[in-house]
Design a protein around this ligand. Structure first.
Ligand code: TYD
Ligand code: MG
Length: 508
């Protein structure tokens, strides 16, 4: 057996000889290459052109395109030789025909249509009957639209979609299952309760077959579970790879638009929190929904991230039971049902989730640090925002927090990113530090600025109304917001300008 190093040296010598004797160069390199590449671990399929056995026509090889600079390579490489970007090559299907120039010779034949002449009545929506789902979609599913439902594995995407399919009793729903067997889907459907005779199951992952079935059956709704399991046989890469996911989504999107059938694509998010790699299909689809929640809590939140047919601010709240997902129609009451009354470190904030105000308990625990390095932890809230709030409390209010561990938790497994929650979080921290409890009938809302000022927030009146509805009697709001509010008997709205004033009101 020849030593690899010796072989490398020999080939090096031979290539140099060939370089000198240029007329034999190509012939000898052709003899050397396959064996040399074999030793380097390159599979034979990369070096030969596969032939279609049936018709003897050479199969068109797919190309690899750098997503950073557009450089095209015949095979995958880790680093782009053009722009030096790492891991940027994505497989693409071969383009059918080359257009030699940019013009299509359609001058005069195709004319743009005046906006007023376009008939939009075909864009009818239909409701699924699951209100929380319909609201996030902006009022129902629009015909011909493509919806991407993303979320962590095991969060309940398949359950939600099967429930949607079962609710649509008068519509034909094609449920394409690439992950579970029809038996598994049937068992789950039995557990979920409502029965429907119009759900059709298709256990298939070949994109061509699925497209044919959709075109011939023309169902009212198609659910694909999941886009990562589908594959286009024209591409060599494995199902779930960026190239495959992009090709499959593009084809299904074209199909949905051409035959006006809405398609819901289920997609798992990767560890980095993006759907199938670098947001590869978000721009193609009409609506992107994110299903999120802590796995160990029963609550799940459906959030609109992109919506061409409605607002993206809406959220839908569900609770996972043995019999599937149940809608939570009065979320504030549910989230406040377990709150700790008479304990320091707990306060209520009124946040806005889409068009809905939501009252949530914020808990904080401040303890003397046992180690040299104080710990800070935030669950359901941005860690950097917590650091900022602690810095403002330290500098502007004189609350010496540097030697304490601080833990903040948003109860119920909810994630909030509304700056209006700042004041409530600061109140919980000060309450825990001073071991004094905040009045259980009060709510604090307001954004905290770096100067320790309380800044105006949006939708203040709706937050106040929600607090009032749930029996709270006192609400601390930014001073500028209080001007617009009409007073109500037995309910005090107090405007504050600084954190110190808010502390004076709630933790005297
Ligand atoms: P699933 O819909 O399979 O998640 P995904 O499709 O997002 O991967 O849901 C999986 C979880 O939901 C699983 O842990 C079990 C739980 N579950 C229930 O608690 N009750 C139910 O009725 C169903 C169907 C699932
Ligand atoms: Mg699933």
């Amino acid at each position: 057996m020849m030593d690899r190093a010796l072989f490398a040296r020999m080939t090096h010598v031979r290539i140099i000889i060939i370089e000198k004797n240029r007329c034999f160069r190509n012939t000898r390199l052709c003899i050397l290459s396959p064996f040399f590449l074999y030793l380097c671990g390159v599979p034979a399929s990369c070096t030969t052109v596969p032939h279609n056995a049936k018709d003897g026509v050479a199969k068109q090889l797919s190309k690899y395109v750098c997503q950073s600079c557009g450089y095209v390579s015949p095979r995958w490489t880790g680093k782009c030789t053009n722009c030096n970007e790492w891991n940027s090559f994505v497989e693409e299907a071969p383009s059918p025909a080359k257009v030699s120039h940019a013009h299509s010779n359609a001058a005069g034949k195709i004319k743009p249509t005046p906006l007023h002449a376009i008939d939009a009545t075909n864009d009818v929506r239909f409701r699924t009957g699951i209100e929380e789902f319909d609201r996030v979609l902006g009022g129902g599913i629009v015909s011909g639209s493509v919806i991407l439902l993303g979320g962590d594995p095991g969060i309940g995407k398949s359950t939600l979609m099967l429930q949607v399919a079962l609710h649509l009793k008068d519509k034909v729903v094609l449920y394409v299952t690439g992950e579970e067997s029809p038996r598994q889907v049937k068992l789950r459907a039995e557990r979920l309760g409502p029965k429907s005779d119009s759900v059709q199951l298709l256990a298939e992952t070949n994109l061509g077959v699925i497209a044919d079935v959709i075109e011939s059956a023309k169902p009212d709704l198609v659910i694909v579970d999941s886009i990562q399991t589908l594959y286009n046989p024209n591409l060599e890469s494995a199902p779930g790879s960026v190239g495959q996911v992009r090709e499959c989504s593009a084809l299904l999107t074209r199909l949905a638009k051409s035959i006006h059938v809405p398609i819901i694509l289920i997609g798992h998010v990767t560890k980095e929190g993006v759907i199938a790699g670098p947001r590869v299909i978000e721009h193609m689809v009409d609506t992107v929904l994110q299903f999120e929640g802590e796995r160990h809590y029963a609550y799940r939140i459906l959030r609109g991230i992109k919506n061409r047919f409605g607002s993206t601010n809406e959220i839908g709240i569900f609770e996972m039971h043995d019999t599937g997902l149940q809608e939570v129609k009065n979320p504030s009451e549910v989230f406040l049902s377990e709150r700790s009354i008479g304990t320091s470190g707990s306060s209520i904030v009124a946040t806005m989730e889409g068009s809905r105000p939501l009252l949530i308990e914020v808990q904080a625990l401040v303890t003397t640090t046992s180690y040299g390095m104080p710990q800070r932890s935030a669950t359901g809230f941005d860690y950097r925002r917590l650091s900022m709030l602690l810095a403002v409390l330290d500098k502007r209010v004189g609350v010496n927090i540097g030697t304490y561990d601080v833990f903040v938790n948003i109860a119920g497994g909810i994630k909030i990113d509304d700056p209006g929650a700042d004041l409530g979080i600061a109140m919980s921290i000060v309450s825990s530090l001073r071991d004094k409890y905040v009045d259980s009938h009060s709510v604090a809302i307001g954004e905290i600025g770096l100067g320790g000022e309380i800044r105006t927030i949006a939708h203040c009146d709706r937050r106040i109304q929600e607090a009032q509805k749930l029996g709270f009697t006192k609400i601390i709001v930014p001073k500028n917001n209080v001007k617009k509010f009409q007073g109500v008997k037995g309910f005090s709205v107090i405007g504050v300008e600084t954190i110190s004033q808010a502390i004076g009101e709630l933790l005297p």
